[in-house]
Design a protein around this ligand. Structure first.
Ligand code: SF4
Length: 194
């Protein structure tokens, strides 16, 4: 394994494991099979792409891979039609998220209501838990996590980005090429996580 690849994989795994440890200190109402929040257009730090790609290549079964490919291609069709990259990136991202929420467009990696990349899911997914009730998530899949959880996410975003170069991309955009789908997304700008 190439040295830089090893360093990145270890760095991401350490960050993710530490995030999990912090998050697990909080009681929460999230459980397997509950995926109301998996409609969010998740952004990932570039270093998180490697472990996910590796997982898809070496651990994901062919049938799941086939379903994910179909989902990513269909997510791309939606994105290319409705993502309107004009103006302030924060406002553009907010408008797109609201549209995705309105249309209930699931994350392409959600297969049979379960995350198909769960062990290597990105920070944005790990650091998103709720402490009250899933009923509120059903009504609003985009609702914000509690402040203390967001603070953990932001702290680990800083930690993850210690290995340059750093950029954010939407999860399906980042994984389209490794999934053998080529460049299927129109050009766009990604705002920083807030
Ligand atoms: S990557 Fe997994 S946890 Fe994150 S939104 Fe997609 S299905 Fe949900």
């Amino acid at each position: 394994m190439e040295e830089r690849y090893k360093v990145i994989t270890k760095h991401v795994a350490t960050c993710h494991a530490t995030v999990d440890k912090f998050i697990n200190q909080y009681s929460n109402c999230c459980s397997e099979g509950c995926a109301y929040c998996c409609i969010q257009p998740i952004e990932i730090v570039d270093v998180e792409e490697l472990p996910i790609t590796d997982f898809i290549d070496n651990k994901m079964d062919d049938e799941t891979k086939r379903k994910v490919r179909i989902n990513v291609a269909s997510w791309a069709d939606y994105f290319n039609e409705f993502y309107n990259d004009v103006g302030d990136p924060e406002a553009v991202n907010k408008a797109f998220r609201e549209l995705v929420d309105r249309d209930k467009v699931p994350c392409p990696f959600l297969i049979d209501n379960k995350c198909s990349i769960y062990p290597v899911r990105p920070l944005g997914c790990r650091a998103h838990v709720m402490r009250d009730t899933p009923n509120l998530c059903r009504q609003d899949g985009l609702r914000e996590a509690p402040e203390e959880i967001k603070q953990i996410r932001d702290a680990f975003l800083m930690e993850l980005t210690k290995i340059p170069p750093t950029s954010l991309r939407y999860l399906p955009v980042a994984l389209a090429v490794p999934l053998g789908l080529g460049m299927i997304f129109k050009p766009h700008r990604i705002p920083r996580l807030s």
